[in-house]
Design a protein around this ligand. Structure first.
Ligand code: TYM
Length: 335
């Protein structure tokens, strides 16, 4: 029997950070054996805000190398570049024509990002979740593993699939399968090191706010040393008055592969002076093998390009027939 399918992706804007790793990639790695995984670099999404053409291609390659370095096996999973398959943009157009504008106006990420762009908000930024729906539905995945911040976009994807099925399918024969989001509670929301109430984000202007997967041991140690804390002694999870404490303990728990209970017991009498060096050491140790593999991969471009060429072919074998099926349901003339 065919394995159930997963689809997910990451934007190619800048370096990936601990939030991307703990909220997304690490979960994909864990699901790889049981699921047929389609994992891509969202480079079309990366141009929805002003971008530098000199680094776009390089960033795409870096994200691919990061996936593999973190444990995605290109022999087992399909790794591909979004812009290499015109099917994504074409389906986004078709979905544009069945998606009510007010569904997009409600999107929290659009509102937040639009605020930062001032006068320069592109139509692409607003349309971003429709492209994301196309990314997902082209592969008719069973589940879409993401961090908490993508929840609303996945609800929209399900709404678009439902609308397509309602307008152009029948109850017995829907056009598309409606996927389920998978948001693991642990790691779903890694917060900023400078403000425990804000999520860790690539677009935060302060580098101090995040730990990048490729940060040096010195940089990691320095960032953790400077991370915002509170004056209390004794560390605890889930105290709403202590968001930074909850976040740093959560990061420690995931990177040291322990249960929440074990970490709570280990740290309950610790002060920050004892905990921060422990966290720094754990983070450096957890990221070292990933960084080593990443450097190796980035020096073998031929291999990476081959992985992406194979990925494109495998992705297209699924995406092309799905697009064809949707166009047929919508009544387009066959060429
Ligand atoms: P992006 O590139 O912002 O983030 C990639 C993945 O990392 C997760 N993530 C986090 N998880 C926990 N804590 C954080 N601080 C944190 N920051 C990011 C995100 O939830 C995501 O899973 N729109 C998507 C990319 C995309 C996509 C798709 C994802 C495009 N098409 C189709 C899934 C399916 C995005 O911008 O993710």
């Amino acid at each position: 029997m065919a394995k159930p399918r997963i689809l997910s992706g990451i934007q190619t804007t800048g370096n990936l950070h601990l939030g991307n790793y703990l909220g997304a990639i690490r979960n994909w790695v864990g699901l790889q054996a049981e699921y047929d995984c389609f994992l891509f670099m969202a480079d079309l999404h990366a141009v929805t805000v002003p971008h530098d053409p000199k680094v776009l291609a390089e960033n795409t390659l870096k994200v691919a190398a990061t996936y593999i370095a973190c444990g995605i096996d290109p022999e087992e999973s399909t790794i591909f570049v979004q812009s290499h398959l015109p099917e994504h943009s074409e389906l986004a157009w078709l979905f544009n024509c069945i998606t009510p504008l007010n569904w997009l106006e409600r999107m929290i990420q659009f509102k937040e990002k639009a605020k930062k762009q001032g006068e320069n908000v592109s139509i692409g930024l607003m349309d971003y979740p429709v492209l994301q729906a196309a990314d997902i539905l082209l592969y008719e995945p069973d589940i879409v593993p993401v961090g908490e911040d993508q929840k609303q976009h996945l609800e929209l994807t399900r709404d678009i699939a439902g609308r397509l099925n309602y307008q152009f399918g029948t109850e017995k024969k829907p056009v598309l399968k409606v996927p389920e989001p998978l948001i693991r509670p642990d790691g779903a929301r890694i917060m900023s090191l400078t403000d425990g109430t804000k999520k860790m984000s690539k677009s935060d202007p302060s580098e101090q706010s995040r730990i990048d997967i490729t940060d040096s041991a010195q940089a990691i140690t320095k960032k953790i040393k400077r991370a915002k804390t509170d004056p209390e002694r004794g560390l605890e999870f889930d105290n709403p008055e202590r968001p930074e404490c909850n976040n740093l303990l959560g990061i420690y728990q995931l990177l040291s592969n322990q249960t929440k209970e074990a970490v709570a017991a280990e740290c309950k009498d610790m002060g920050w002076g004892q905990f921060k060096p422990l966290l720094a050491e754990t983070a450096v140790e957890a990221l070292a093998p990933i960084q080593e593999k990443y450097t190796e991969l980035m020096s073998d471009r031929t291999y990476l390009l081959q992985v992406l060429a194979n990925g494109k072919e495998k992705a297209q074998a699924v995406a092309t027939p799905t697009l064809k099926k949707i166009k047929a349901a919508m009544g387009f003339m066959q060429p």
